[in-house]
Design a protein around this ligand. Structure first.
Ligand SMILES: Cc1cc2nc3c(=O)[nH]c(=O)nc-3n(C[C@H](O)[C@H](O)[C@H](O)COP(=O)(O)OP(=O)(O)OC[C@H]3O[C@@H](n4cnc5c(N)ncnc54)[C@H](O)[C@@H]3O)c2cc1C
Length: 493
C-alpha cells in the first residue's frame, strides 16, 4: 500500500532514500532547512562570478555512483560530464612532491623509482585491495546491520582472512612499503574515514582501489551537479521537495511517529526517515524515545571537523594541480591534535582544491577558484582571529610551492567555514564534518542503528549510520534504509 513518507534533509542519503521509496510507489515529501538541496555538498556563487562547492571534491568509487543512476534507468552522462583527472592529485612533502598519475601502470613505474621493488608491491597491494573492494561492495556495505548474523555466509567465512579485518591499516601498509613517502601516500585515502590509519581496519585498503585504481573524477560544473542529478531522479519518481523548512519536533503516539512540526505547522505522516545528523534527530524526540544517550555520543570517535576557506583569486596560480595535499609536516602530530589533545595543530597538514584548473565555469576567465581545507578536532574554539592565522600559514605554503608572491593581495573573494558553522548549518554534533569515524569498534553492527528501537516507523540514514562517511557510502545508506522500509511494508509496517 502507498505510504505517506517524510524525509528530513536532502543530503546524498536523503536524496537516495527519497528516490528509491518514490520509485516503490510511495508519496515522498522532503523537508530541507536550507534553500537548496545537497546538505554538506551545497554550492554557492559570488557576485564576482566564482562558484564554490561547499563540501566534497574527491569523486571516488564512480561505479557506486553510476549504479545509483542505473537503478532508475539512467546513466551519469544523461545529467553531467564526468572528467577523469590526470594527475589524480599531487602530494607535497618537505623536500619533494609526488604526482599520482591517472593510470595504475604509470603509478607502478613511479613507485619503483622511489623504492626498488615497490612497483611489484603496489601491484600486489592493489590486487588484494580489488578483492576487498569487490567483496566489500557486494557483501558488506549493503547490509542494514541489525546483527552479525547478516555477515554469516560461506563466502564471507571463506574470505575472512583475506579481508584483513583485524590488522590495522598502518601495520598493513608497512608490510608492503618501506619508503616513508609511499606509506603516507597509501595511508592518505583512509583519512576520509575520519580516523588515524592506526585505528582503521586494513579492510579499508579497498579505498585505495576505489580511488587510485578507479581514478579521481570531476563533474563539470562542480560536485553539486551530482546533487542536482539525484534530485531530478527523485522528482522523476514523483517525490516533492520543500526548502527553507526546518523540522522542529518529531511527534509520537502509542509507539509510533504521528507527525512532524515544521516551521511551526504540524503535518501527519505514516513513516519518517531522518537523514539529518543522527544526534540532532534524536533531540527532536522525547528523551525516553531516543536510541542513544548523551553519554553514548560522548564516548564515540567522531570524524574531524574542518577549517575551510573559499577564495576567489584574481590571477592564475602557476604550478598548482586540481587537487594538492600539503603534507610537509608529520601526519601523526596533526592526527594527535584531532583525536588526542583536541587542539589547533602547530604544524598543520592541509588540502587545496583548485577546480578552475579543470573547469572554466567555476571562476571568471584568468582567475582561480581555491578551496582550502584543514582537518580539526570537533568542538574546539574557532574564532575569526584563529581562522585567519591558519589562512596565513596555508597561503605562505601555497606561495612556497607555486613560486607566487603575495597571494593574499590577490584574494578578491573570501569566506571561511569552521566548527561553529557545521553546528549552525547542519546541526552537526561538535561540528563534525564527516560523521562517525570508521574505526573497528564503530563499523557495521556497531554503528548507530537505522531503526528507532521504540518507534517502529522512524528510520535513520546518512553518514552517521551504516555504511559510514563519504558520498558513495551516504548514497548506499539511503538505499539500505529504503530497502528496509520496502521489506517491512511487505510484512505489514
Ligand atoms: C568539507 C567536506 C568535504 C568532504 N569531502 C568529501 C569528498 O571529497 N569525497 C567524499 O566522498 N565525501 C566527502 N565528504 C563527506 C560527504 O560530503 C558526506 O559524507 C555526505 O555528503 C553526507 O551526506 P548526508 O546525507 O549523510 O548528510 P548531509 O549532507 O549533512 O545532509 C543532511 C541534511 O539534513 C538537513 N537538516 C539537518 N537538520 C535538519 C532539520 N531539523 N530540518 C530539516 N533539514 C535538516 C541539512 O541541512 C542537510 O541538508 C566531505 C564532507 C565535508 C563536510
Amino acid at each position: 500500500m502507498k505510504k505517506k513518507i517524510a524525509v528530513i534533509g536532502s543530503g546524498f542519503s536523503g536524496l537516495s532514500a527519497t528516490a528509491y521509496l518514490a520509485k516503490a510507489g510511495n508519496e515522498v515529501h522532503v523537508f530541507e532547512k536550507h534553500e537548496q538541496p545537497g546538505g554538506r555538498a551545497r554550492q554557492f556563487s559570488t557576485q564576482q562570478g566564482y562558484v564554490f562547492d561547499m563540501g566534497p571534491s574527491w569523486y571516488w568509487m564512480p561505479d557506486i555512483i553510476e549504479s545509483f543512476f542505473a537503478d532508475f534507468g539512467y546513466k551519469i552522462s544523461d545529467f553531467f560530464e564526468l572528467i577523469s583527472l590526470n594527475p589524480q592529485f599531487e602530494m607535497i612533502f618537505s623536500q619533494e612532491k609526488i604526482s599520482v598519475p591517472e593510470s595504475l601502470e604509470e603509478l607502478k613505474i613511479l613507485f619503483e623509482q622511489i623504492e626498488k621493488g615497490a612497483g611489484l608491491q603496489l601491484e600486489k597491494f592493489m590486487r588484494s585491495a580489488k578483492f576487498k573492494y569487490e567483496v566489500g561492495m557486494q557483501d558488506f556495505v549493503n547490509k542494514p546491520c541489525h546483527n552479525w548474523s547478516e555477515f554469516i555466509s560461506p563466502k564471507i567465512t571463506k574470505s575472512a582472512l583475506r579481508l584483513d579485518l583485524l590488522t590495522n591499516f598502518r601495520t598493513y601498509v608497512a608490510k608492503y612499503f618501506k619508503s616513508e613517502k609511499l606509506r603516507t601516500l597509501m595511508e592518505f585515502p583512509v583519512i576520509f574515514l575520519g580516523a588515524s590509519p592506526k585505528n582503521i581496519p586494513a579492510l579499508y585498503s579497498l579505498m585505495n582501489y576505489g580511488g587510485y585504481a578507479l581514478g579521481t573524477h570531476y563533474p563539470i560544473g562542480g560536485f553539486y551537479q551530482l546533487v542536482l542529478a539525484m534530485k531530478k531522479v527523485a522528482e522523476n519518481q514523483g517525490a516533492t521537495f520543500y526548502f527553507n523548512k526546518t523540522v522542529e519536533s518529531i511527534n509520537t503516539q502509542n509507539g509510533k511517529v504521528r507527525s512532524l512540526t515544521i516551521n511551526g505547522e504540524t503535518y501527519e505522516f505514516d513513516i519518517v526517515i531522518a537523514s539529518s545528523d543522527y544526534h540532532h534527530t534524536e533531540t527532536l524526540l522525547n528523551k525516553d524515545l531516543r536510541n542513544y544517550s548523551e553519554v553514548y555520543w560522548k564516548s564515540r570517535t567522531f570524524a574531524p571537523s574542518s577549517l575551510i576557506y573559499y577564495l576567489g583569486i584574481n590571477q592564475i596560480i602557476p604550478n598548482l594541480k586540481h587537487h594538492t595535499l600539503f603534507f610537509e609536516n608529520d601526519l601523526d602530530e596533526h592526527i594527535d591534535c584531532i583525536y588526542g589533545e583536541k587542539k589547533w595543530p602547530e604544524k598543520p597538514l592541509f588540502y587545496v582544491c583548485c577546480p578552475s584548473k579543470t573547469d572554466n565555469a567555476v571562476a571568471p576567465k584568468d582567475k582561480e577558484n581555491l578551496f582550502l581545507l584543514m582537518p580539526l578536532a570537533i568542538g574546539i574554539n574557532d574564532e575569526e582571529l584563529t581562522r585567519e592565522k591558519y589562512l596565513m600559514e596555508m597561503l605562505s605554503r601555497i606561495e612556497r610551492h607555486t613560486g607566487i608572491a603575495d597571494l593574499q593581495s590577490m584574494i578578491e573573494y573570501k569566506r571561511s567555514f569552521c566548527v561553529s558553522d557545521f553546528i549552525s548549518d547542519y546541526n552537526a554534533y561538535g561540528g563534525n564534518a564527516y560523521g562517525l569515524a570508521n574505526t573497528l569498534g564503530q563499523t557495521a553492527v556497531l554503528k548507530p542503528k537505522i531503526i528507532n528501537k521504540r518507534l517502529k516507523n522512524l528510520f535513520y540514514t546518512g553518514q552517521l549510520t551504516v555504511p559510514g562517511p563519504g558520498v558513495p557510502p551516504s548514497i548506499l545508506s539511503g538505499k539500505i534504509v529504503a530497502n528496509e522500509i520496502i521489506k517491512l511494508k511487505q510484512e505489514g509496517l
